[in-house]
Ligand binder design. Sequence first.
Ligand SMILES: [Zn+2]
Length: 515
Amino acid sequence: MNRVFVASALALALLSACGSKESPFLPEYPAIDLLIENGQVLDGLGNDAVAANVVIVGDRIVYVGDTAFTASDLSERVSRRIDASGKIVAPGFIDLHSHGDPLETPELENFLAMGVTTITLGQDGSSPEVDSLSEWLNQVAENGIGTNLAMFVGHGTLRTQSGIGMAATPAPEDMDRMLTMLDDALKYTFGMSTGLEYNPGLNASTAELRALAKVVGANDRMIMSHMRNEDDDQLEASIAELLEQGEDARVHISHLKSVYGKGVERAEEILGILADARGSGVEITAEMYPYSASYTGLDIVFPVWAKTAEQFAVAKAERRDELAEYLRNRVNQRNGPEATLLGTDPWTGRTLAELAHEMELPFEDVLIDVIGPQGSNGAYFVMNDELQARLLQDPNVGVCSDGSPTGFHPRGHGTFARIIETFVMKNKSLTLPDAIRKMTSFPAGVLGLSDRGVLQADRFADLIVFDPVNVRENATYPDPLRLADGFDVVIVNGRIAREDGRLDDATHGAVLRPQ
Ligand SMILES: [Zn+2]
């Protein structure tokens, strides 16, 4: 033991002998960036709130506890104190299914304003069609991003880039190319997404999906799937197809829903299928958005033989009557033209029924002659509130917005606020600790993020401060781009990203790497 060490050990011993009031708190940190005081801390694991202070240094939480900080303890070392009296302090929310282009709108304020500190992109089988996705992620990081980003590689995009396109049976060399491209992309992405209700993914056979799943599993990654068909009578078959892939990789259902299914009992049947699968060893999870309308391109109501512009032109010329009848039946089955709200100009905010009435045309003719499968996005009121609310209560079902900074559906600006405002505070179908868990540690677990989603020392400081009583969704179907209110402070990687409705000039998000 050298002399310097003995001297400093002695000094420390003397210091602590002088009593706790004088001994410096967290002496290893000469500077403390943020101190959140007097709040009720929810750890994100589903535990009840406890009174605690949170200390942040750099991008990490370094202390969570009930030490009372006297002015003399910290005043000289703390850059910023936040008084969270009467408020909840929780991990920032993780959105398991998001959209948007961070190079276009890097600040992502719609997400931050509803408490989201991490988003996931590359969903529904579609990731950016660029030469190098890895290079694109570097660009996003360099350009700056308001939230953290967990990236997925899209199966549809891989199909296009490997030369398979819409072919039902890939040539063996193209299939090999796709598998190699997937294997490469999984080194720096969180998994593969599929969009089996969209082109080109819908052309994939179960065998192709199994081959892809083996590569995903070998890389210890996951498959997030917009399944082949979300109609109530097709749901079992769609889930069964995903469960087959679950033999080889972790699998996850994107935006779980039953289109035109009804009631709590039906929800329990669906949850039962997932529970049974987990019982037999398949790792399957899901997430959903808390709205009864879906939102996607109008091609969703067109038959597989008339979804693309080329197919549609042929179908219109050669099979018009058959197409009209298909559309009439399909839209009526989906609660009719009143339940289709258009989201693309010049029709934004009008229903298909209103448009048909104005034009004095049957709605199927409006779809064929005026809009077409590529002509508009729409919100479709096809879900049952009781069924969806029951799905949301399941502990293995998380939350997603499925929204973007620009999408014409309130979910992109309101989802996470709506969970608190409607499901916790108003309907009381979720407790606050359960709701927070669903939006923090649960999605972190799905993504394999061991250092986020839980409010504990040594984790990254992605945090929110809010009073649940004040949380407001604000966004509505007619006015879907209104920012949420009530998340007073939103912290990303230890930096305040948004406070009292003001966005910070800088972006503090990181492009995350799988662990
Ligand atoms: Zn989707």
